[in-house]
Design a protein around this ligand. Structure first.
Ligand code: SF4
Ligand code: MG
Length: 319
């Protein structure tokens, strides 16, 4: 199984410009050579602290921004090479659910207009069919016909995220990039939205790339998980392995900060020393070495590569 989507050695460097003539003086290596593949029908989690490059990765997959280097391969096709007309089709197949349901909906548009616009741009359905399609989508996300002509401000945060999901589903996508889809919601509402997403996944055979900083949420919804730190993937494993046997010191620290799903595990909290270094000047060698309690001289000089430590459990650490 090659997977529905493959990412190969993907990079995004943002230039740092200074002065009157915008001379480029360096680059922020937001994403610095990451690889993974997402299998059809699974939920693949991309986790890490804010600024680690997970949203930038999502945007490159959606082709909202172009990579500096590397490839995104969807259903066996290199998306950077696609001609314009195929690109439009691809846009239907890969959709996004945004973090903030407050700012991602235009306050001037009713729900019918918001979803109708998406269908119109892609020339899907006649005018009459469109209304049926919108009603069907609203029902699928737990809203009703009484909501169709209302404006975003008339809805709660959870309802707005349901509308965001309905909009993302309007074009029958296969892959949804979910960028912190529940982070802006109350905990009680989070569970409802996660459950809805899981039901929709089963029913519509969707594949999710689930981007989050919240390991409890990731534990709930993901099948496999990649942990990112400063533009790199430091560990990838299936959920059970990652939560029961985290191997990278950074993953261990992240996991120690949340209630442990397996009470048999050691639960001593590992406090990360120091701040995340500036992404414009990442540490040499292992990027985590300034915060790692196992750091050695080698760690400061040699960058550890991602290696299989058994059973598709990948890890990048000299230990
Ligand atoms: Fe820590 Fe060294 Fe492993 Fe990096 S390579 S995580 S510094 S032990
Ligand atoms: Mg983000």
């Amino acid at each position: 199984n090659q997977g529905l989507l493959q990412v190969k050695n993907l990079k995004k460097y943002f230039p740092i410009n200074k002065g009157l003539f915008s001379k480029t003086v360096g680059a922020v290596k937001a994403v610095d050579g990451i690889s993974f593949s997402i299998l059809e029908g699974e939920t693949f989690g991309l986790v890490g602290e804010s600024g680690c490059g997970k949203s930038t990765t999502g945007r490159m997959i959606l082709r909202l921004i172009e990579p500096t280097d590397g490839q995104v391969i969807y259903k066996g096709k290199y998306i950077q090479d696609l001609p314009k007309d195929s690109m439009k089709k691809l846009r239907r197949e890969i959709q996004i659910i945004f973090q903030d349901p407050y700012s991602s909906l235009d306050p001037r548009f009713t729900i019918a207009d918001t979803i109708g616009e998406v269908l119109e741009i892609h020339n899907m359905y006649t005018r009459k069919e469109r209304t049926d399609r919108i009603l069907h989508l609203l029902e699928a996300v737990g809203l009703g016909p009484q909501h169709i002509n209302r404006y975003p401000h008339e809805f709660s945060g959870g309802q707005r995220q349901r509308i965001g999901i309905a909009r993302a589903l309007a074009l029958n996508p296969s892959l949804l990039v979910c960028d912190e889809p529940v982070s802006a919601l109350d905990v009680s509402v989070q569970a409802q939205i996660i459950n809805l997403m899981q039901d929709l996944q089963k029913e519509l055979k969707l594949t999710y790339l689930f981007i989050s900083h919240d390991l409890s949420v990731v534990h709930h919804i993901c099948d496999r998980i990649a942990v990112m730190y400063m533009g790199k993937i430091v560990e990838t494993a299936d959920k059970k392995t990652l939560f029961e046997n985290p191997s990278h010191p950074y993953t261990q620290a992240l996991l120690s900060a949340i209630p442990v799903p397996n009470p048999g595990l050691a639960t001593q909290r590992i406090v990360l020393e120091g701040d995340i270094p500036s992404p414009a000047h990442p540490p040499t060698g292992c990027r985590f070495h300034t915060r790692c309690k196992f750091v050695t001289e080698k760690c400061k000089k040699v960058e550890p590569q991602l290696k299989d430590i058994g059973g598709s459990h990948l890890m990048a650490c000299h230990l």
